[in-house]
Design a protein around this ligand. Structure first.
Ligand code: SF4
Length: 121
């Protein structure tokens, strides 16, 4: 009889310790983000060419487009100190257009753009 009580006590002790351990492990897993899918981070998308207000090249010939490409024109300068709107070859926008022009390049030019022919203005 006495042995049965001891066995029962040990049984309940073990069950309660196991239960606390399980709850603790679950809490720890949740705190560490385990058991749940980590939210996926998407890299910030580069602006699509269609979002460039000066990106419409539909009026240009293939040779004119190649001319822009050969001078590595980009709508966003890699060097803030060298921008189209502070280049000696920059042509100010006409009217209320956000796009200017360039003395050596056909088509609309973004003021914050750049190409490898940049010259201090
Ligand atoms: S030469 Fe290049 S940097 Fe200068 S205005 Fe023309 S496209 Fe922009």
């Amino acid at each position: 009889m006495e042995n049965k009580n001891i066995d029962r006590k040990n049984f309940f002790k073990r069950v309660s310790l196991f239960g606390i351990g399980a709850i603790g492990a679950t809490t720890l897993l949740k705190a560490c983000g385990g058991g749940e899918e980590a939210p996926q981070q998407t890299p910030e998308a580069a602006p699509a060419p269609s979002e460039d207000p000066c990106g419409d090249l539909s009026g240009l010939s293939e040779a004119e487009i190649q001319g822009r490409e050969s001078l590595n024109y980009v709508a966003e300068t890699p060097n803030p100190e060298e921008r189209c709107d502070n280049c000696a070859l920059w042509i100010e926008p006409a009217g209320d257009s956000p796009c200017g022009g360039c003395s050596i390049m056909a088509g609309p030019i973004h003021p914050a753009g750049w190409c490898s022919a940049w010259v201090a203005g």
